[in-house]
Design a protein around this ligand. Structure first.
Ligand SMILES: O=C(O)c1cc(C(=O)O)c2c(n1)C(=O)C(=O)c1cc(C(=O)O)[nH]c1-2
Ligand SMILES: [Ca+2]
Length: 702
């Protein structure tokens, strides 16, 4: 209809809206979360708890980039649309696997350094004749659904700042909604609604205040002027950093109440003492915020972690459901954010109905005060007040990260891909922790989180990192059943009326469990780790299950060896589609090349190695792994040929010789002497690894 600003829907758009409102009969998987409620529940029963063991591969397609694959496949009218690493999109015939088109937004390799957590994308939105994808460099792009050709593109961020997009757009009425990421580096979060036909801005809601506390001409102005600004100190680094609060994943439309929920991220810097002078709750960090769908104006919010200081994002997927509360049916939302508590919130007014732990061992708070809705904190957890380091459970990886959870109305259970990844926090800032354009600005020393050299402590730290599929019952606030995994960072879940829960694991298995009891019913070897959530659909009377394999996202990227047993699992970027009786075999694994372990001679004083460690933690760790330990998809620096060659080393680290591959030069923030210090540190780690190979194991060869 060519651009009716704020206009009506054409017939194809009306069909998309109707499908998203109900989810349909299960033939389509119309949005990443299935329908507007984002329950990730399919009514299909062709595959069920009797026959799921007969699932095999119907078809598969190898993908280009060996980075994290986080999207849920979307299927409409027998066509599958999948976004993958670097914001690329492909369409296939969903039943046969015939490729239909490919779209590459051509994100510059140099943009990778602006991302905290890998060059991932969590999915597309299909709407009428179009399809929308957010590109890693901040563009929101509309494509022709049939051809994959670009219709319009709009830059949604200030490209001079470290903003990125990894989340999926959502379409509500005639608007496309998109947020952004960047709170580890220092940006101000917001969500914008664009006209679906033209890409013109309709409204914007900021999730952190204007640093001058002035109005922006945005939908968020009134709530900040009346209440929000007062929750931020007049002192503190947020004035320079923008405060964070990015909306990088959950944006959910409530069709019953005609409102939108935003899952808001952590502050910048993380350290509340540095960020806001230790004062104020800092709206809307770590909150669920409800907005009017048409105007973007504030309706209510619930702050899960007031004055957050541990990177406890509330961006995690949000599920809309109905539940009996005090004997009456209530419209609720379910949320399991990083902080380890499961929240049931009344959608009509934002009131807390319940908050209970979904993992063991949480030590930053003992629970929630139901009268105030606030956490009962452990005072030791506020490391910036005590001046003492605190090892928090959960840590910044979260008790649950972005991996989608699902809800089954038949069992009443929510299936959460949960994990245990403790982390140390220190106030202790040094000269290197000062604000920079490149590198994390967390307001506490990143070196504090690095794995210890002591062998016993090192092994214990890795053993403490585990995963668990948690079937949580919001009606009782208790875990109904759980499945323990040897490693963290397992895939998202999907559930069906066939009494099934599906999940891939970081150790390369694709599993199905009985939704009511947790009994394991399927266990397929998928060769590679799995992080995304599956979807299911039906074409020609046959039900299929689709997902991607890959290793990636922030945990393997930044944690390296802390991934424990997953280090022995290859990284294969691949789309896999299953059906009952599917008989396609995966190709044999490529031969692995053993890594030659020849660290060059050590050099440098202990002070130089320590300085190298601090630089590494600040600038390199997030992509090359804790302790320079590699992760199987970005280069393992400990076996780099450049280690023995100071000139080659400098040409990469300072001059940016490999910038097109995502390794920019760091001349803006480092001197050649700093780069040499990092070389001394990495050689030290290489020698340490060689001496301790039995403990560390080898990363999967590339
Ligand atoms: O604060 C932010 O802006 C931001 C953005 C992102 C992102 O866009 O992927 C992540 C996080 N934070 C984050 O804290 C986090 O744990 C995380 C994990 C992942 C991932 O894709 O594996 N992204 C992000
Ligand atoms: Ca973050």
């Amino acid at each position: 209809d060519g651009g009716t600003a704020g206009g009506s829907l054409d017939d194809a758009e009306k069909a998309s809206e109707a499908l998203l409102k109900t989810g349909g009969n299960g033939d389509d998987w119309a949005g990443i979360g299935y329908s507007y409620d984002e329950q990730r529940f399919s009514p299909l029963t062709d595959i069920n708890d009797k026959n799921v063991g007969e699932l095999g591969i119907a078809w598969f397609a190898d993908l280009e980039d060996a980075r994290g694959q986080e999207a849920t496949p979307v299927v409409v009218d027998g066509v599958m649309y999948v976004s993958h690493a670097w914001s690329k999109v492909d369409a296939w015939d969903a039943a046969t696997g015939e490729p239909l088109w490919s779209f590459d937004p051509k994100v510059s390799g140099e943009h990778a350094v602006k991302g905290c957590c890998d060059v991932v994308n969590r999915g597309v939105a299909v709407w009428g004749d179009k399809l929308f994808v957010g590109a890693f460099d901040g563009r929101l792009i509309a494509l022709d659904k049939k051809t994959g050709k670009e219709i319009w593109s709009t830059q949604t961020v200030d490209a001079s700042k470290p903003y990125t997009i990894t989340g999926a757009p959502r379409v509500v009425k005639d608007m496309v909604l998109i947020g952004n990421g960047g709170a580890e580096f220092g940006v101000r979060g917001y969500v914008t609604a664009y006209d679906a036909d033209t890409g013109k801005e309709r409204w914007r809601f900021y999730t952190a205040p204007n640093p001058t506390k002035a109005k922006d001409g945005a939908a968020s102005d009134d709530i900040f002027a009346s209440k929000g600004n007062a929750t931020w100190s007049d002192k503190g680094e947020w004035k320079v950093s923008g405060g964070g609060g990015t909306v990088w994943d959950a944006i959910v439309y409530d069709k019953d109440l005609d409102q939108i929920y935003l899952g808001v991220g952590n502050g910048n810097p993380w350290n509340h003492g540095t960020r806001s002078n230790g004062e104020g709750d800092n709206w809307f960090l770590s909150s669920v915020v409800a907005l009017d769908a048409t105007t973007g104006k504030y309706k209510w919010h619930y702050q899960e972690t007031p004055a957050e200081t541990w990177d406890y994002t509330a961006t995690q997927p949000i599920i809309l459901a109905e539940q009996q509360v005090d004997g009456k049916p209530a419209k609720v939302l379910y949320h399991a954010p990083k902080n380890g508590f499961f929240f049931t919130i009344d959608r009509t007014n934002g009131k807390l109905i319940d908050a209970k732990p979904f993992v063991d061992g949480i030590n930053w708070a003992t629970g929630y005060d139901m009268a105030t809705g606030r956490p009962i904190e452990n005072p030791e957890a506020r490391f910036y007040r005590t001046g003492k380091p605190f090892i928090a459970i959960p840590g910044a990886m979260g008790a649950h990260n972005w991996h989608p959870m699902s809800y089954n109305p038949a069992t009443g259970l929510v299936y959460i891909p949960a994990q245990q990844v403790p982390q140390g926090y220190l106030e202790d800032m040094n000269e290197l922790d000062r604000r920079q354009l490149l590198g994390f600005n967390t307001g506490s020393s990143m070196t504090g989180g690095v794995l210890p050299d002591d062998k016993a402590a090192f092994k214990a730290a890795i053993a403490a990192t585990t995963g668990r599929l948690v079937a949580f019952d919001p009606r009782t606030g208790k875990v109904a059943w759980g499945v323990d995994y040897p490693a963290a960072w397992n895939g998202g879940t999907m559930t069906t009326a066939g009494n099934l829960v599906f999940q891939g694991t970081s150790t390369g298995r694709f599993r199905a469990y009985a939704a009511d009891t947790g009994k394991q019913l399927l266990d397929l070897d998928m060769q590679s780790g799995i992080i995304d959530a599956p979807s299911t659909f039906r074409v020609g009377g046959v039900q299929y299950v689709a997902f991607m394999t890959s290793k990636g996202g922030v945990f393997p990227l930044a944690a390296g060896i802390a991934g424990g047993v997953t280090r022995k699992i290859p990284n294969i970027p691949r789309l896999v589609v299953l059906k009952i009786g599917g008989a396609v075999k995966l190709p044999a694994l490529p031969a692995t090349t053993a890594l030659a372990w020849n660290p060059p001679p050590q050099f440098g004083t202990p002070a130089q190695v320590a300085a190298g460690k601090a630089h590494f933690a600040r600038y390199c760790l997030v992509c090359h792994g804790d302790s320079a330990i590699g992760n199987g998809f970005t280069p393992d620096l400990r076996v780099s040929g450049a280690l023995a060659n100071p000139d080659a080393w400098k040409s990469v680290i300072i001059d940016g010789a490999l910038k097109d591959r995502g390794m920019v030069g760091f001349a803006k923030v480092m001197t050649p002497a700093d780069a040499e210090a990092i070389r001394a540190y990495v050689i030290d780690r290489s020698s340490w690894t060689k001496a301790n190979l039995a403990e560390t194991g080898r990363p999967y060869g590339r």
